[in-house]
Design a binder for this molecule. Sequence first.
Ligand code: ADP
Ligand code: ZN
Length: 615
Amino acid sequence: MTVAQDILRSIFGYNEFRGHQAEIIEHLIAGNDSLVLMPTGGGKSLCYQIPAIARKGLGVIVSPLIALMQDQVDALLQLGVKAAFLNSSLDAKSAWKVEQDVMEGKLDLLYVAPERLMTPRFLDLLERAELALFAIDEAHCVSQWGHDFRPEYIQLSMLHERFPNVPRIALTATADEPTRQEIIEKLGLTTARQFSSSFDRPNIRYRIVQKHQPREQLQLFLETEHRGDAGIIYCLSRKKVEETAAWLCDKGWDALPYHAGLGNVIRQKNQQRFIREEGVIIVATVAFGMGIDKPNVRFVAHLDLPKSMEGYYQETGRAGRDGLAANAWLSYGLGDVITMRHMLDSSEADEQHKRLERRKLDALLGFCETTLCRRHVMLHYFGEMYEAPCNNCDNCIEPVATWDGKIAAQMALSCAYRTGQRFGVKHLIDVLCGKITPQVERFNHDKVSTFGIGHAHSASQWQSIYRQLVAANLLTVDMSGFGSLRLTAKSQPILRGEQTIALRTDPEVSKRKSKAAIKREQNGPTPNDELWQALKNKRLQLARDQGVPPYVIFHDSSLIEIHAKKPKSLNEFATISGVGQSKLQRYASIFIDVIYGQPDDEFEVPPEDVVFYDE
Ligand code: ADP
Ligand code: ZN
């Protein structure tokens, strides 16, 4: 067994390395630099934690996520690893104590914020300490191209100059090529070995439902699939965040709002409850999520469209970090397309930027409308080949039929044209369906040639047709004219009958559960299993007593295994994944007692009327 394997088993309690972990760890232990591209939940932390323990001296972990350091260090302390953090949240005395420990070589890992690391005082301290490695987490923060640029990160290049013999590992879950190039350049990692993994998140089930009555659809989704689960619900606006959270609370869900307008104290409090308690739902704008590494987020729901595929991947990526089954659920309709297009058009950005954003939105809309495997389409967008079917997206589980929409598209487009391109979708559908409304009468639209020609389809089918035409840029939405639909250059070949178009057959909206809902595997026991509840309660109590999140005591996967195997002895308990020596000592007997009951005090002193056999 290698040193790394020994540490993996005895300290972390895991049996096998995943993906490139073993290679990355050997490379780093041998003193070499590397750049690691791995998706969220891929297991990046072990890549530097194990070498930091294996190599002599201190591993310095640079991270911009101050709020996370405490939890990361708590998790390591639970494993019996000597770890600490240094950032602005520490008071002077505690910071001094950490510095003292560094000087005395008492630590294996130190998490530090970049601005702290780059102070002359701290660099001097490091000069005097023995160093095992530098890990630069969230390395995409050096990139101005990416989404979380941090100016302090640029200076990290000088670590190499000042400590040329200390190996460095940069890690990120952001994969696109420009960002990758910038990381290599800015951190001077040209000779570093690159390890890239697939960005697929196989345990996340992607599903997009046609928006009908979004709240009721959400409620049904939560009820049938996520009772008692923690999850995140994304909305576009602060107002909608608050209304949705209030509505869910009304319906008996433990839901909390989170958006930038709420003030630091409330935001902090809601986030803490989400992390420290079980089964809390956060309703949030995109302001929420950066630096949340709660592993057991079981679902991410979108009530509004994200801005791009990148946004969708990142937001849904917060689900299922622990590798257990998780859901990404998005409700989508024509209104969303209109809103997003309008937001883009009315933004203050320059034309070039807008063009880029439009392309990104179009890619996302294509993803929403696709009848192909969603995973395939998504990974293709990020430049990765993926062989469909994945059998874990709605389109794979319940294939969507397409139909020849040439005639319907011609009708829909010419109806917009005949009525002067001045009307919104509702009116156009009324005209196509031959409905006499005050507006139809007022404009004499019962006289136009498209009046009543659309009886082959229902109003809701026309809604779906218009949505697909707008998503495909065959119609644009003019917001200055109250959402009136106008033809585009792309619509001409269709109108002239030169081009066909395949439209998706949207499933009829109904109360029946979709196959995608039914087939989802259950993570662990049912919520009303008594032993399961008892194990969870014990975990929560232990977590509260120590002021740490429950997953720091045991991940859900470990708890599920404990429930299934019902270990009777310490030896049996030690085989549970995630149980190393330290957790075995701390918790094994406590959880064995939960399963088999505590030895009852009353029986230790036999009551007087007990008649023993040999008497
Ligand atoms: P990332 O930082 O890449 O998002 P983490 O390092 O947080 O991912 O790891 C994700 C989850 O996978 C954690 O719960 C971690 O304990 C678990 N994990 C990582 N490596 C292994 C492994 N080799 N065996 C079992 N579980 C692992
Ligand atoms: Zn699929």
